[in-house]
Each structure stands twice: as structure tokens, then as C-alpha cells.
Design a protein around this ligand. Structure first.
Ligand code: UT7
Length: 320
């Protein structure tokens, strides 16, 4: 399986750290050294549906395929204003695809869960070309009076088209629900005459940042090592390590563990913040646009997120 097209779409509003410090007890001096984040794009009057469609359309155009050639649309999304139908329904309609579609919630690792499913479909002959979209509006999960979480996140949508090819794709997925409380975000649904008082809870995102940091570093290091072994490859065989963009210090710790040069770990977090599952596909699209990828390059992707879930993949860049 190989990647044959990418695309992305960002909200137009840029919010700098200095702008956050106008209403939060925070500062650029605190945020940059601890996270690497200088600014993020934040949804204002856009809809996530529109961003997801824009990213998906760009990836489809980039792939050179027609809408009817897509066999499946898989969209990674933690939450958006529509509980149902899925974001992928809007994408199918706007692009004019005729295939089935589904959304999944694999937290920040969702795009790699989608990639794993795509590989299962393609390697068993159930599909030949799959559109993967990751779209997130994480800024809407935060309590904007809480500096601990709100400074970390941004919004965005990105997509890639993967297609059947001789190059194998390798993936690892893990889940450890003992740590499901390290990141939580709870929403009330509609009130019924039957539920008990106090049963439904509206709770903006709460994160145990230090626990997540520690687990992220350990798990990503483990996944990358295990996946290289599974693929019988060396770190030197990988052109770029595309890691979840949650904190530059997490990326640096993994890079130092592997003992590889920083330029093999491209990063966009300085201008995007953490866009949850959209992060890795946003990074992929930005690196692709910069012209640094050549056909046949092997890419390692690795992500972690609420659950606690992790995922890693080695995939071939197949664009001309
Ligand atoms: O994709 C989702 C995954 N999430 C992550 O990957 C997050 C992983 N964790 C992290 O990135 C880091 O733990 C954080 C950036 C969230 C926090 O950094 P830290 O170095 O672990 O700081 P801390 O939480 O231990 O807080 C240190 C201090 C505290 O003050 P005191 O108790 O020492 O007086 C916090 O209240 O920094 C304070 N603080 C802030 N100060 C200014 C926390 N957030 C802020 C802030 N601005 N935004």
C-alpha cells in the first residue's frame, strides 16, 4: 500500500501565545520552552465539515483519481457538532464519491487506526483506493478559563489517499484502558424522563499532562522499536519520522532515544498546536508540499492519545 495524495485545510484565524495571555494567566515564555507552540489556527466562523471536505478534495485532486474510484472513506474525528451523521457522510456528498464511509474515534492516534483499517481492506482485496481524512476542532473541547489545557490545542483537517501497491504497510496498535482517565472530555446528551439526576455530566477536557507526557515518550519509543523489528528495517531506512504533534519536547525525547538527527523528525507544532488526530496528516501534507519526499520513501508515523491508545505505521510515499 502506498500514499498517492495529500491535502489539508486550516481555519483562517491565527491565535498567538501573546493573544492568549490577554485573557489567561500564561505567557509566550511559559508556553514555548515547555511545548514548542508559538501559535495555532482556531475555528471561528468555519465549520469542521467544510474544512474536512476541503482537505479531502485537495487529497483526491492530488491523487489524480476520480471520486468514483474511491472504494471507502474513513474519517478520524473525536467529536464535532454533528453527533450523527458522520463527518464522512458530508465528505462523500461533497466529493461525489459512491463508496461506503465511516468515522472512527481513535483519539489523537485515529488517523493511524484509519490507516491500519485501510491496510486490512486493501491487503485482503476488499478495496483498492481509500480516502483517509482526519478533522478535529479540539479548541472546542477546552475550558478556556483553564491555562493547563487550552494553550495546547489547535484546529485543522487533513487527508490522504492510499492505494494498493506491492510495498507492504506495517502497523502496530495498542490500547491500555487502565489509563483511560488521563484525558477525558464528557458531554451531556438530551435529557430523558428515565435517567437519574446527576447521571449526565458536562465536563470540558481534563488532562493529566505529566502522566500523558511520560506514557507518550515510553510508548512511542516502544512502538517505533517494535515496528522496525516487525518490518525488518533499521531506523536509517526511514526517511522521516512523523510523530504526533503534541509537544516538541516529546518529539525531541523520542529523537534523542533513537539517536537520529533532528531533521528526520519534521515538526509543525510551532504554528499548529496539537490538532489531535489531524496532526500527523497535517504534518505529512506540509512535508509533501515542501518537496522533500521522493517516490519510494519510507515514512514512520507514531501517535498516542486518550484511551490510552497508541499506534505506529511504516508506509511508502508513492506520489510521483
Ligand atoms: O494529544 C494529547 C496529548 N497531550 C499531551 O501530549 C500533553 C503532554 N504533557 C505536556 O505536554 C506537559 O505536561 C504540559 C505542557 C501539559 C505541562 O508541562 P509541565 O512541565 O508538565 O508543567 P506542569 O503541568 O507540571 O505545571 C508546572 C507549573 C504549574 O504551576 P506550579 O504548580 O508549579 O505553581 C502549573 O500551574 O506551570 C503551571 N502552568 C502554567 N503556567 C503558565 C500550567 N499550565 C500553564 C500555562 N501557563 N499555560
Amino acid at each position: 500500500m502506498k500514499i498517492i495524495g495529500t491535502g489539508s485545510a486550516m481555519p483562517k484565524r491565527t491565535v498567538t501565545n501573546a493573544q492568549l495571555s490577554e485573557f489567561l494567566d500564561t505567557s509566550d515564555e511559559w508556553i514555548v520552552p515547555r511545548t514548542g507552540i508559538k501559535s495555532r489556527q482556531v475555528i471561528t466562523d468555519e465549520t469542521l465539515q467544510a474544512l474536512a471536505i476541503d482537505a479531502a478534495q485537495k487529497a483526491l485532486t492530488d491523487s489524480g483519481l476520480k471520486a468514483e474510484e474511491i472504494d471507502f472513506i474513513i474519517c478520524s474525528n473525536v467529536a464535532n457538532n454533528y453527533v450523527t451523521p458522520a463527518l464522512s457522510a458530508f465528505i462523500q456528498e461533497a466529493l461525489g464519491c459512491k463508496c461506503p464511509f465511516v468515522d472512527l474515534n481513535g483519539a489523537c492516534a485515529g488517523a493511524l487506526y484509519a490507516l491500519d483499517i485501510a491496510d486490512a481492506y486493501i491487503s485482503t482485496g476488499r478495496a483498492e483506493r481509500i480516502l483517509i481524512v482526519a478533522a478535529e476542532e479540539v479548541t472546542k473541547f477546552c475550558d478556556w478559563t483553564q491555562r493547563e489545557t487550552s494553550v495546547l490545542f489547535g484546529d485543522g483537517a487533513a487527508a490522504m489517499v492510499v492505494a494498493k501497491d506491492d510495498s507492504p504497510c506495517y502497523t502496530i496498535l495498542t490500547g491500555d484502558s487502565r489509563y483511560k482517565e488521563v484525558i477525558t472530555y464528557r458531554r451531556k446528551l438530551e435529557k430523558t424522563p428515565f435517567e437519574q439526576e446527576g447521571q449526565a455530566v458536562d465536563q470540558p477536557m481534563i488532562m493529566k499532562g505529566r502522566d500523558v507526557f511520560r506514557m507518550a515518550v515510553l510508548c512511542s519509543q516502544r512502538d517505533i522499536k517494535d515496528l522496525l523489528q516487525k518490518a525488518n528495517m533499521k531506523a536509517e531506512d526511514i526517511k522521516f519520522f512523523m510523530l504526533h504533534q503534541a509537544n516538541k519536547r516529546i518529539i525531541d525525547a523520542i529523537q534523542e532515544y533513537l539517536g537520529l538527527p533532528e531533521e528526520r523528525f519534521p515538526s509543525i507544532i510551532d504554528h499548529t498546536g496539537n490538532c489531535s488526530s489531524a496532526s500527523i496528516l497535517l504534518l505529512l501534507d506540509e512535508v509533501a508540499r515542501s518537496g522533500k519526499l521522493a517516490k519510494g520513501d519510507k515514512l514512520m508515523m507514531s501517535a498516542f492519545g486518550a484511551g490510552f491508545v497508541t499506534a505506529a505505521a511504516i508506509i511508502t510515499w508513492g506520489h510521483e
